[in-house]
Design a protein around this ligand. Structure first.
Ligand SMILES: NC(=O)c1ccc[n+]([C@@H]2O[C@H](COP(=O)([O-])OP(=O)(O)OC[C@H]3O[C@@H](n4cnc5c(N)ncnc54)[C@H](OP(=O)(O)O)[C@@H]3O)[C@@H](O)[C@H]2O)c1
Length: 294
């Protein structure tokens, strides 16, 4: 008899995310076990509790979801959880702290509806946050040239260095400062894609800048809190065509993000030992888009 699906939610916040819990239920999980305020030193024993209770043949029906608002802490928990497992007692594990993986995957896939990623150039504004970093990572893996922008040149450079340490080919990444108007203008003039990944309520791009960016085919703003990140792009825009450019707002990307999140949770139960980080979730998103194609 197939065992019931158990998802174990490791959340680093004092209260485990309600959002992630609801998506888990909608993804078909039978039982959700929530652990809040999870600390790195607690992870090994928690994971062992998941590993040893069901026989190896049934472990595909147990999985772990790592969430919480602090993405760096979540990454640590995700790494420790995997280190704690060994064959044949593995369960699948997924990381989507603050929706950073699913959002980055959805943003890049939204852009990919309108152009070929390989060989294209992108400007990623506020690339230092969890979402921006992941967008840079995916684009680099897709062989795009990427302008990695931050208000601080030092943080831009640190972001590129961090990606290099993660094994990403950073040869096509160019760190720039958002305060350097000449570099922002140059990167906008060269780019086919722009991603605005600033914190909630922060405007990063003005209408005049967008208007003269003649090569732009896609502009994506992920900030859902007014003032929005890109002047002239609406919150619900989903591939809205303006002057030969396709625009997306945060809610326009959000639909695909939700599908990726939900399908990724469901994918955890396809076999044991799956590891779903941003690149794997991009693959989940690609499958969703392929099925939706007419
Ligand atoms: N649509 C969705 O489903 C969805 C899901 C998750 C997140 N989001 C949104 O995606 C965006 C990115 O998320 P995140 O978690 O990566 O964001 P974040 O960590 O809050 O901020 C990203 C970057 O914004 C820049 N920033 C912060 N305050 C700023 C200010 N006052 N002025 C200019 N720049 C500022 C910082 O970059 P520098 O200091 O390096 O310049 C920071 O690293 C957010 O707006 C978030 O709400 C949307």
């Amino acid at each position: 008899m197939t065992k019931q699906r158990i998802l174990i939610q490791f959340d680093t916040d004092p209260q485990a995310s309600v959002f992630d819990a609801v998506v888990a239920v909608d993804a078909g999980v039978d039982h959700l076990l929530q652990y809040s305020n999870v600390k790195p030193e607690q992870v090994r024993d928690l994971v062992h509790g998941a590993m040893y209770t069901r026989g190896p043949q049934d472990l595909r029906s147990t999985a772990i979801f790592v969430g919480g608002s602090n993405v760096a802490h979540g990454e640590q928990i995700f790494a420790i959880a995997q280190e704690a497992m060994f064959d044949p007692f593995r369960v699948s594990v997924m990381l989507d702290c603050n929706g950073s993986n699913s959002t980055a995957a959805a943003a890049v896939l939204s852009a990919s509806r309108h152009l070929t990623l390989e060989g294209s150039t992108a400007l990623v504004l506020a690339a230092t946050g969890p979402v921006g970093q992941r967008i840079c990572r995916i684009l680099a893996n897709e062989k795009c040239k990427v302008y990695v922008s931050s208000r601080s040149m030092e943080r831009s450079e640190e972001t590129v260095e961090r990606l290099r340490e993660l094994g990403v080919d950073t040869s096509r990444l160019v760190a720039i400062s958002a305060n350097d108007e000449a570099w922002v203008a140059k990167s906008l003039a060269e780019s086919e894609m722009v991603f605005a990944c600033g914190a909630a309520g922060v405007r990063l791009l003005h209408g005049e800048q967008l208007a003269v960016a003649s090569k732009l085919k896609v502009a994506i703003d992920l900030n859902a809190v007014p003032p929005l990140g890109v002047d002239g792009i609406g919150l619900t825009d989903k591939g809205v065509e303006r002057n030969g450019r396709y625009d997306y707002g945060a809610l326009g990307v959000g639909g695909l993000k939700m599908k990726i999140h939900k399908a990724s949770v469901a994918a955890l139960f396809e076999s044991n030992g799956k590891r779903l980080d941003c690149q794997e979730m991009l693959g989940v998103g690609r499958d969703i888009l392929a099925k939706e194609m007419p």
